[in-house]
Design a protein around this ligand. Structure first.
Ligand code: ATP
Ligand code: MG
Length: 576
């Protein structure tokens, strides 16, 4: 697959060039056999108990991508069956994030809670069919009775209640006669099944809790396994794509729709995305937010879609990444550097170049006229011939990067140092004539230079070569900006270590955020809107933070320029 193809931003085209995978193959086969009359309808079913992350993006791209490719539809459905952890804030953020990623569910936005009446009616149907019963065992007893992987479970003493008694008790559960946890509705399947999920799973629990959409209408709520497949069925979903941990739930999924005699979607499981040096568990991400380890769900270090967006990620880069990682039947862990590689590929094509200095040191051009200002022509984006040029003011006093000057340069250091000539990008060649030091501390506070007026634009009419070109800003014209640089959120590759004994927050990287409070940037970015992306020449890709104001500009470094993934790929190719 050529990288251009996935970069077009044209989803339909992207899908067409995407290599096949087993999920797609199943759909292709179903289309051939006419299993669902040639229809493809998928859904993305988030539970609104947190913000979406890059793992969800994989599922979104897969579900919407397949629907687009096959001329089908993909629904957005909130799986809001647990009233305790769900909030409207999450619903709103999820809607925003899926849209931002570039997908459209048209008028098919659904909520599992809209199906509560139908689900209740189906539960009654299963009771009438002798396939569900009200059980008075406590949660702990249910666990005891369930058995172990090697021993069958024991049947609940309430398993053989009459249909009438079950109907009466279930009705009274709904009416609020019983306290939380005192009874459940269970399906009557097989306590000896080797599959735990089939050992009389709970269908309904009593929970006297307000629901964010149904208010206090209900005090019994359906369990995920009962609600999910039935919601799929109501919506006419053909392929219900979920992650591998639900593989063992598939027999139960199938059992419910079969016993109810309703439309039967095909459940298909794929591998969850794991990424190095971060966590993709909503519970852990919530902990980071609640305990203040990050500034919020959209902290630019978070792997959430809102965090990535604020960091400067483009939706195209995320879609390309999701396409490149593909789907499989075994869980693994993907290198974070691959995500950044996809990001750089996109930003390199699309972002305007500007000059900024993160850690400034003053430079005075001794032989440049005091009040002169020249406008230097700079190329906006060498990758985009239509992007044009802009002018950057040049004057006697400049800032350059502190690390671009050394008083005692080591070997191989070709940037500015006493006696050395370098090119100031788009401006002139300058030669360092000396430094000014703070008499008290000995710290260098100013670098002195002479410029060669014959080298305007950085050209050398006599053909002489300089080894280094450095970036700069004019001191009188530069804007003050706070630059925030980010490193991995977790020091360990496996931030998501499932070992429950280690506190995962102890693996947080103490240096994940570095602030450059006195950075300087060329004036052309003055009115840039939040989320505008740039390449700061030689420093990386940056974007304007959402909280940036003309009074206090803030930028986030999206990603540095060094592409470690490209190196890995190159060495892999060389090894073949
Ligand atoms: P929870 O533990 O709260 O259920 P979840 O991560 O499964 O968390 P959901 O809101 O239920 O979150 O997920 C919505 C959809 O996204 C599901 O179909 C789920 O399988 C998929 N999904 C979630 N995390 C990942 C991931 N890391 N990789 C791929 N798909 C994922
Ligand atoms: Mg889930």
């Amino acid at each position: 697959m050529s990288s251009n193809a996935v970069n077009t931003g044209n989803l339909v085209k992207n899908e067409a060039v995407r290599p096949s995978n087993f999920v797609r193959d199943i759909i292709l086969q179903d289309l051939q056999t006419g299993k669902y009359n040639g229809r493809v309808r998928t859904r993305f079913p988030p539970e609104p108990n947190g913000y979406l992350h890059i793992g969800h993006a994989k599922s979104i791209c897969l579900n919407f991508g397949l629907a687009i490719e096959f001329g089908g539809e993909c629904n957005l459905r909130f799986d809001d069956t647990n009233p305790c952890k769900e909030e409207t804030e999450y619903v709103e953020s999820i809607i925003e994030d899926v849209r931002w990623l570039g997908f459209d569910w048209q008028d098919r936005l659904f909520y599992a809670s809209d199906y509560f009446d139908q689900l209740y009616a189906w539960a009654v149907q299963l009771i009438k069919q002798g396939q569900a019963y009200v059980c008075d065992l406590t949660a702990e007893q249910v666990r005891e009775y369930r058995g172990t992987p090697t021993e069958p479970g024991r049947e609940s003493p309430y398993r053989n209640r009459s249909v009438d008694e079950n109907l009466d008790l279930f009705e009274r559960m709904r009416a609020g006669e019983f306290p939380d946890g005192s009874r459940t509705l269970r399906s009557k399947i097989d306590m000896a099944s080797p599959n735990f999920n089939m050992r009389d799973p709970v269908m309904y629990r009593i929970l006297h809790a307000e629901h964010h959409r149904t208010g206090d209408k209900w005090c019994i709520y359906p369990m995920y396994d009962f609600a999910h497949g039935e919601s799929d069925s109501i919506e006419g979903i053909t392929h219900s794509i979920c992650t591998l941990e639900f593989e063992d739930h598939r027999p139960l999924y199938d059992w419910y729709v079969e016993q109810l005699g309703i439309h039967h979607p095909q459940q298909i499981e794929f591998d969850r995305l794991n990424l190095t040096n971060t966590v993709l568990s909503k519970r852990k991400l919530l902990t980071l937010v609640e305990k203040g380890f990050v500034s919020g769900w959209d902290d630019p270090r978070m792997p959430t879609l809102s965090g990535l967006r604020r960091r400067g990620y483009s939706p195209e880069a995320i879609r390309t990444f999701c396409s490149r990682i593909g789907v499989s039947k075994t869980n693994g862990i993907i290198e974070h550097s691959l995500l950044e590689h996809c990001l750089r590929e996109d930003l390199n094509q699309t972002s305007a170049r500007v000059m900024a200095v993160l850690d400034p040191i003053r430079v005075v051009i001794e032989n440049y006229p005091d009040d002169q200002v020249e406008n230097m022509e700079a190329i906006n984006n060498p990758e985009d011939p239509n992007s044009g040029t802009r002018s950057v003011p040049f004057s006697k006093v400049l800032y350059i990067e502190r690390e671009d000057f050394r008083e005692d340069p080591p070997k191989q250091y070709y940037r500015l140092s006493p006696g050395r000539e370098v090119r100031l990008r788009y401006a002139y060649l300058v030669t360092c004539t000396g430094v000014v030091k703070d008499p008290a501390t000995g710290e260098i506070v100013e670098v002195r230079c002479q410029y060669d007026p014959a080298t305007r634009g950085g050209n050398t009419p006599d053909g002489r070569k300089v080894k280094s070109t450095i970036h700069w800003v004019s001191a009188a014209h530069a804007l003050d900006v706070e630059a925030r640089l980010y490193n991995d959120l977790f020091v360990s590759e496996k931030g998501d270590d499932e070992n429950e004994n280690t506190d995962f927050t102890s693996l947080l990287n103490p240096n994940s955020l570095e602030v450059r409070p006195s950075a300087k940037i060329e004036p052309s970015v003055k009115d840039a809107a939040p989320f505008t992306r740039y390449q700061f020449e030689r420093l990386g890709y940056f974007c304007i933070d959402k909280d940036s104001t003309p009074e206090k500009m803030v930028v986030n470094r999206t990603v540095s320029l060094r592409d470690t993934w490209a190196k890995i790929e190159k060495s892999q190719k060389a090894a073949v």
